[in-house]
Design a protein around this ligand. Structure first.
Ligand SMILES: NC(=O)c1ccc[n+]([C@@H]2O[C@H](COP(=O)([O-])OP(=O)(O)OC[C@H]3O[C@@H](n4cnc5c(N)ncnc54)[C@H](O)[C@@H]3O)[C@@H](O)[C@H]2O)c1
Length: 404
């Protein structure tokens, strides 16, 4: 009997303890649930904010065509962060190709191609073409070289190295991977021409020791190298002799007549004309040039082709036109003539018309208005960033050594 009472008592105590335990658990679980709910309530808006931020960081690229594997090319553009190169990058990207830009940012800027950074078809490599490059490509647009007189005269030895060693390196790459190479040559290979207009069979009139020689002769030998590689190694080459080109993304310190006049007119400074102003120039808009480069690359024309706008104007006419388009009250100031400044420059583009079906289509005023808009924005941008670049003076050795 006693045993039965003890067992009943133990059973009673055990059930009471178990009951309490279950109650405590459920209270605890309820508490945890409440805390979780509170945390969830606090975190939900944060999660929403992170989602919004992520969305705003998703890069929006310009529209790109889809090309099948067969039609899509791997294209290298040396100097692709420069003025012409960045417009060429835009065209080839939008056409659906894979583009690798190689640039040492001497005169190029990341800003010119930043709208493609992160795109699966685009790559930007900080590299100097004076050093060899090992990549796999189908086509090479070889544009790397300073192009405007203040830039190529700044360090003439480097200009020579870029145009000679740099071109050899790119031809070597073309040979190794079986790529076609297009050289961005220049109308400067004609020097101060004795024939007018200049057609491709004119050999030129260049002063080999003048201040422009590093560029003019650099490009002339670059052309020679292209044809040596073509004849000796079977490399497919295309040579574009580019005449003066203008448009958005030109350098503020380009130093050539269009950018000089626009900047002077926008800032109310006198428009500086070297000599009498009767010397002529012909300018093409950058989109015309880019279309010409692509047409030439994909043609079967291996000999040099002029790409330029044959509409010739005197420097004085340009000054007046730009003054009017800007609506500027600037006066025109005459300065002494620059050394080796060509008197006349006008391309003969019969060959491009006939063999590429190409000719410039953008009217001068339309192009100038776009360039004026660009320079106006650049001035605002630089004023906001407290930075106005001035043309660099040419480097003159004063016993200081420097690695070129
Ligand atoms: N713009 C014109 O009117 C014009 C006329 C004739 C020929 N061209 C030729 O077209 C090409 C492009 O000219 P642009 O007006 O765009 O000039 P640019 O100065 O804007 O572009 C040249 C690009 O090459 C890069 N570069 C220079 N040296 C390099 C090196 N060693 N390694 C790697 N990158 C280097 C620069 O940083 C720059 O991005 C040049 O080869 C130029 O000679 C231009």
């Amino acid at each position: 009997m006693k045993l039965l009472v003890v067992i009943a008592f133990v059973a009673y105590v055990a059930s009471a303890v178990w009951g309490n335990f279950v109650n405590i658990r459920s209270i605890q679980e309820n508490g945890e649930q409440k805390i979780e709910n509170k945390i969830e309530e606090a975190v939900a808006p944060l999660r929403e904010k992170i989602r919004d931020l992520e969305k705003s960081f998703i890069q929006k690229y310009p529209p790109v065509k889809f090309l099948s594997e067969k039609d899509r090319k791997r294209i290298l553009i040396t100097g692709g962060a420069g003025f012409v190169g960045s417009h060429l990058t835009d065209k080839l990207m939008m056409d659906g190709h894979e583009v690798t830009v190689v640039d040492n940012f001497f005169t190029g800027r990341k800003r010119n191609v930043e709208h493609w950074i992160g795109h699966e078809n685009f790559e930007l490599i900080n590299h100097d073409v004076v050093e060899p490059l090992y990549i796999e490509v189908d086509q090479i647009y070889h544009l790397a070289s300073p192009a405007s007189p203040p830039n190529y005269m700044y360090n003439p030895i480097k200009t020579l190295k870029t145009n000679t060693i740099g071109t050899l390196n790119m031809l070597g790459l073309a040979k190794r991977v079986g790529a076609r190479l297009l050289l961005a040559s220049t109308s400067e290979v004609y020097g101060d021409p004795e024939v007018h207009p200049q057609s491709e069979d004119y050999w030129g009139h260049v002063n080999p020791i003048g201040p422009r020689a590093c560029y003019d002769e650099g490009k002339r030998v670059a052309e020679t190298m292209c044809y040596a590689y073509m004849k000796q190694e079977g490399v497919e080459v295309r040579v574009a002799r580019i005449f003066n080109t203008f448009g958005p993304r030109m350098h503020m310190n380009d130093g050539r007549v269009v950018s000089n006049f626009i900047l002077q007119a926008l800032q109310g400074e006198p428009l500086t004309v070297y000599g009498s102003g009767s010397q002529t120039r012909a300018f093409q808009y950058v989109s015309d040039l880019v279309n010409g480069l692509v047409a030439l690359m994909n043609s079967n024309v291996s000999s040099p082709v002029n790409l330029g706008n044959p509409e010739e104007h005197t420097i004085l006419e340009f000054a007046q036109l730009i003054k009017n388009l800007v609506g500027s009250g600037s006066e025109i100031q005459f300065l002494s003539e620059a050394q080796d400044d060509p008197q006349r420059r006008k391309p003969d583009i019969q060959k491009a018309k006939l063999m590429l079906g190409w000719e410039p289509v953008v009217p001068l005023e339309e192009g100038l208005n776009k360039a004026i808009h660009y320079f106006r924005k650049e001035l605002e941008y630089q004023a906001n960033n407290q930075y106005i670049p001035k043309p660099k003076p040419a480097r003159i050795k004063k016993g200081r050594t420097r690695h070129n």
